[in-house]
Every structure is written in structure tokens, then in C-alpha cells.
Design a protein around this ligand. Structure first.
Ligand code: S3P
Length: 418
């Protein structure tokens, strides 16, 4: 597909529902004591993996992703292996969920997911008492559920998937679990458990979780900030643009990218209208005169999925932009440092690859060319945005991967003027 430049952008958008929250409400409502009602779930490949796994484990669902009733049931062992597709969140959260269940479960994934590290969850879940076999720390995993005990664990990586995997196991463990070292990674799991009256407490960056009876949820999922980030980037980089995004999740652990862009002088404003249990509001982003910065390390966990876009922002800014301490990008759906650097170099952009980030100088123009997505949804969408601000358009090798998180992405692209 070739994405051609556009002259003028004016748009009011509502983003698809949040992917991270969709995974979590599906799993947590399956653990509740009674029927939950969920509205506005993300209907995309990744979230369907979590849904299909829960369904094959015996959870009953009624309705569709606009309105879904969830009827919890005691999970039983099934022979069929459970397919996580491309979804790291599914693999890691479902592992925590299954660790306390009675039975043997096999999890596997696609080629990309099979290369992503699982040792990070295996270690704490085994400390809690689960038995997990893996192919040298990678999928497939064979999980033998067990009666679990609480642990006192310091996270070696600021990962919300890891934290959530432990929390889900801890909700069904005999003693209290204490999780230290969370560097403010996304906290949707904690918020939802509180909303469901579960026993979870967060004090001075330490999380305490205990065996809980969860009340059912009645919840409508707000728009995904990570999807909005593509349009925010487009608005600030395009010379004649204004984009308004409504009903968007503005959870502080998700909007590191907005904070970074504010430091880069972006013409952005946002307002929170309600907060239950997630802050929801509006973002307005417009054409900007940007300046390069060194990305503050403490904002990295809150901007983890948006960091590739910093390269696009950097190349249009005045001065130099430096991203370091982001080696987690190497173990996402693709090696995102390599995907960003090699594609930008192919487009004629000067960028230096670091082991844990990149350095890019500003005031460069994207003329056009071809890029490879490495089947990574966020790389496909990032370079579509690059096409819209290029001089001659960008040819993208394969855009199917947008189905992972944002199946309607190209429909949005078609309607950017009003
Ligand atoms: C996610 C957490 C992040 C993020 C991923 C979704 C989640 O991964 O990159 O897209 O839903 O918990 P890590 O927590 O491993 O950094």
C-alpha cells in the first residue's frame, strides 16, 4: 500500500477501545464471583486471542464486543493447546491467571511471540509454586497449576505485563504477595481490581495483593491512547493540521508520550472530564515548532509503545533528539530499534542506532521510498503517518498487521479532512 502526502488535516476522532484494558477486563471478569457486563471492548486480533482462550477454558460469554456478558466458571484442564497469536499481553497475563488453576495447560504463539522472553514471568510464577516448562525461556509454555503461595518480589524490568501476571496469580494465592520495583508502568490491573473490591494496595511504589473475591464489573472501555499517539504525531508534524481526540484514556501511566511532546514544545492540550476508574478526556493537537531533547528516563515506561514515534518527531525538530535506556524496544512485536532505524535510513534519513535507543538530528525531510513493517502493527502505522507528511509518499510492504490493535486504521486515514 502507498500512503501519499495530504495538504490539510482537520479531524475529530474517537479512538478504538484500549487494548490493554480489554485484555484485563476479560480476564478479571472471568475471575469475578458473578456475571459482569462489559461495553466497548477492542475487537482486534490480540484481544480476540485472550477472549478465545478464556472461552475454550469454559468461561461463558453472551453478546459481542459492543456489549458482552461474562459468566465466570471454574476452569478445567483442556487438551487443546491455547494460541496467543502475536499477543504478549495474552501470553503473560494468561500464564499468571492459569498458574493457580488445577490442570496442565499449553500456551503457544506465532513466530514473533515465540521469540519474546518469557523467563521474566516463569521465575516469579515458579517461586509462587507453579510448575512451568518452556523452550529455553520462550514459548511454548507448559503450565502445571498449583496451590500458590505469596512472594516478596522485586521486578527486574519495568513491565506491566510482568507485574500483572504476578498480580493475577496473587489474587488466588494463600499469603500476601509484595511487588517492589515497579517504575510506574501502566496500572490498569491495579485500578480494575480496586474497582472490583479486590484486596490490592499500592503504597510508596510497593504493591500488596491478597487472595480476593472479586465483585462483577460493569464497565465501558475508553479510547486507546497508544492508537491516538499516531494522530497526535501527525497533527504536530504536519504544517496545516488540527486533530481533536475525544473519549480518550488519559491514565498518567500511559501518557508519557504527551509529557515528552510537551517538553519538545508541541502544540498540544488535554483535559480530563471523568475518572472512574480510568481518567478520560480530550486531546487537541496542532501543527507545531518542535525542539529536540534527551528523553527523560523516568518517562520511558509510560511511553513504551510510543517511543518509535519519537524518531519521527525528532527528525522534524530543531536540534538533536536522544533516546537511551529503551532496550525493551528490542523485544517487542519486532526489534523496534532496528525496525525504526533501518527503515528511516532506507528513506534517506540520518539516524544513529544505539544498543538501547537512537540519536536523530532535526530538520530533515522525508522524501519517500519503501519500508518493511516486520509484521509489526506499530511500525506499519508509524510509517503510514510518515507517508502523510512525506513529499512523495511511502510504500508499505504489508499492512495486515494493523489488525493486531487497530483494524480500522486506514479508514481513519481516509477521513482526515472536514
Ligand atoms: C502492555 C504492556 C507493555 C506494552 C504492551 C502492552 C500491557 O509491555 O508494550 O503493548 O497491556 O500490559 P511491557 O509491560 O512488557 O513493557
Amino acid at each position: 500500500m502507498k500512503i501519499m502526502p495530504v495538504k490539510r488535516i482537520r479531524a475529530k476522532l474517537i479512538m478504538p477501545p484500549d487494548k490493554s484494558i480489554t485484555h484485563r477486563v476479560l480476564i478479571l471478569s472471568s475471575m469475578a464471583k458473578d456475571k459482569s457486563i462489559l461495553y466497548n471492548l477492542l475487537n482486534a486480533d490480540d484481544t480476540k486471542r485472550t477472549y478465545n482462550i478464556l472461552k475454550s477454558l469454559g468461561i461463558k460469554f453472551k453478546g459481542d464486543f459492543n456489549k458482552l456478558e461474562v459468566y465466570p466458571k471454574t476452569i478445567k484442564e483442556i487438551e487443546k493447546p491455547l494460541y496467543c497469536g502475536n499477543s504478549g499481553t495474552t501470553a503473560r497475563l494468561i500464564s499468571g491467571y492459569l498458574s493457580s488453576k488445577n490442570g496442565l495447560f499449553v500456551l503457544y504463539g506465532d513466530k514473533s511471540l515465540s521469540k519474546r522472553p518469557m523467563e521474566r514471568i516463569i521465575t516469579p510464577l515458579e517461586m509462587m509454586g507453579a510448575k512451568i516448562d518452556s523452550r529455553k525461556g520462550y514459548l511454548p509454555l507448559i503450565i502445571k497449576g498449583n496451590k500458590l503461595k505469596g512472594i516478596d518480589y522485586t521486578l527486574p524490568i519495568p513491565s506491566a505485563q510482568l507485574k500483572s501476571s504476578i498480580i493475577l496469580a496473587a489474587l488466588n494465592s494463600e499469603e500476601k504477595t509484595i511487588i517492589k520495583g515497579d517504575k510506574n508502568s501502566r496500572d490498569h490491573t491495579e485500578r480494575l481490581i480496586k474497582q472490583m473490591n479486590g484486596k490490592i494496595d499500592v503504597k510508596n511504589d510497593v504493591i500488596y495483593v491478597e487472595k480476593s473475591v472479586l465483585e462483577p464489573l460493569k464497565y465501558s472501555i475508553p479510547g486507546d491512547f497508544s492508537s491516538a499517539a499516531f494522530f497526535i504525531t501527525l497533527a504536530i508534524l504536519h504544517p496545516n493540521a488540527k486533530i481533536i481526540i475525544d473519549n480518550i484514556n488519559l491514565n498518567p501511566t500511559r501518557i508519557g508520550f504527551l509529557k515528552i511532546l510537551e517538553k519538545m514544545n508541541a502544540n498540544i492540550s488535554y483535559e480530563i472530564f471523568e475518572s472512574n476508574p480510568e481518567p478520560i478526556g480530550r486531546i487537541i493537537a496542532e501543527s507545531s515548532n518542535l525542539k529536540g531533547i534527551k528523553i527523560p528516563e523516568k518517562l520511558i515506561p509510560n511511553a513504551i509503545d510510543e517511543l518509535p514515534l519519537i524518531a519521527l518527531v525528532g527528525l522534524k525538530s530543531e536540534g538533536r533528539t536522544i533516546l537511551k535506556n529503551a532496550s525493551e524496544l528490542r523485544v517487542k512485536e519486532s526489534d523496534r530499534i532496528k525496525s525504526v532505524v533501518s527503515n528511516l535510513k532506507n528513506l534517506g534519513i540520518e539516524i544513529e542506532e544505539l544498543k538501547d535507543g537512537f540519536v536523530i538530528d532535526g530538520k530533515q525531510d522525508i522524501v519517500g521510498g519503501k519500508i518493511k513493517t516486520y509484521n509489526d502493527h506499530r511500525i506499519a502505522m508509524m510509517f503510514s503517518i510518515a507517508g502523510l507528511i512525506s513529499k512523495e509518499g511511502i510504500e508499505i510492504d504489508n499492512v495486515k498487521s494493523v489488525n493486531i490493535s487497530f483494524p480500522t486504521f486506514f479508514k481513519y486515514i481516509e477521513h482526515l479532512s472536514f
